[in-house]
Write a protein that binds this ligand. Structure first.
Ligand code: ATP
Length: 255
């Protein structure tokens, strides 16, 4: 068994008007410490699959297991998220935002302030722990969101377009930071993105899904020479453009 196994997942959304088949026959496995991306045409079920992996809802059929445990029925705070919006609590200080998960977990850390300060410096931020989210830029807030996620030491990070609302420069910087931190902490991660370049620059493997109902169309290995680079450096490597063109062709055939 791999670290994470998605087995025969099928999902249909039911409403009073229609039944929408979002995912069909999804089988995939992710190894511990691996960084993978889900890409595919709009509406192919990427976010649905990420939500199912997160245990937010049960698939119509099939199962997801992390370390041999079914994620459904186990409300597990060891799954960390980074989303397009940072979802920081505006009325809480940065320190309170970073340590909220630890407090929920009743982690016995004596000094939450020290934990927050260490994490802020770890994600490249100045000591802003007494400030409020509205006093920070979008890029800084996403760094705080990363610090909050790392604080609870999750087994896996689920990243749903966490960079898409940022300006280009902040996005590239944050991609480098997230990639570096996840490697340093040895975390497993799944990224949903519309940005093929981002997927190639950050991932070990890329899962390409076909248009709705989403099926796994093809899996691409990112070559080693790219994986040892930062995402920023990877974008300048010749293997990056070769893989980009290969996957782009497949993506176009699916639209
Ligand atoms: N709650 C829901 N009720 C009914 N249909 C839904 C619901 N959520 C998603 N869908 C439909 O299921 C399909 C898959 O949606 P999903 O958001 O998972 O796709 P996606 O690949 O993440 O899309 P995008 O790339 O546009 O973000 C879409 O057709 C969507 O309209």
């Amino acid at each position: 068994m791999s670290f994470l196994n998605v087995s025969n997942v099928h999902h249909t959304y039911f409403s009073t008007e229609a039944a929408t088949v979002a995912l069909k026959d999804i089988n995939l496995a992710i190894n511990k410490g691996e960084f993978v991306s889900f890409i595919g045409p709009s509406g192919c079920g990427k976010t649905t699959l990420l939500s199912i992996i997160a245990g937010l809802f049960k698939p119509t059929s099939g199962s997801v297991q992390i370390e041999n445990q079914d994620v459904h029925g186990n409300i597990d705070l060891s799954i960390g998220y980074m989303l397009q919006q940072d979802y920081l609590f505006p009325w809480k200080t940065i320190e309170e935002n970073i340590t909220i998960g630890l407090k929920l977990l009743k982690d016995d850390k004596k000094n939450y302030g020290n934990v927050a300060s260490a994490l802020l410096s770890d994600v490249g931020l100045p000591p802003v722990e007494k400030k409020y989210p509205m006093e920070l830029s979008g890029g800084m807030r996403q760094r705080v969101a990363l610090a909050r996620t790392l604080a609870v030491d999750p087994k896996i990070l689920l990243l749903d377009e966490p960079f898409s609302a940022l300006d280009y420069q902040s996005k590239l910087k944050l991609e480098d930071l997230v990639s570096h931190k996840l490697k340093e902490y040895g975390k497993t991660a799944v990224l949903v993105t519309h940005d093929l370049g981002e997927a190639i620059a950050m991932s070990d493997r890329i899962f390409l899904f076909s248009a709705r109902p989403g099926r796994l169309h093809q899996t691409f290995e990112v070559p080693n020479e790219l994986r040892v680079l930062t995402p920023f450096e990877a974008r300048a490597h010749s293997s990056y453009s070769t893989l980009f063109q290969k996957i782009w062709k497949e993506l176009e055939s699916l639209e």
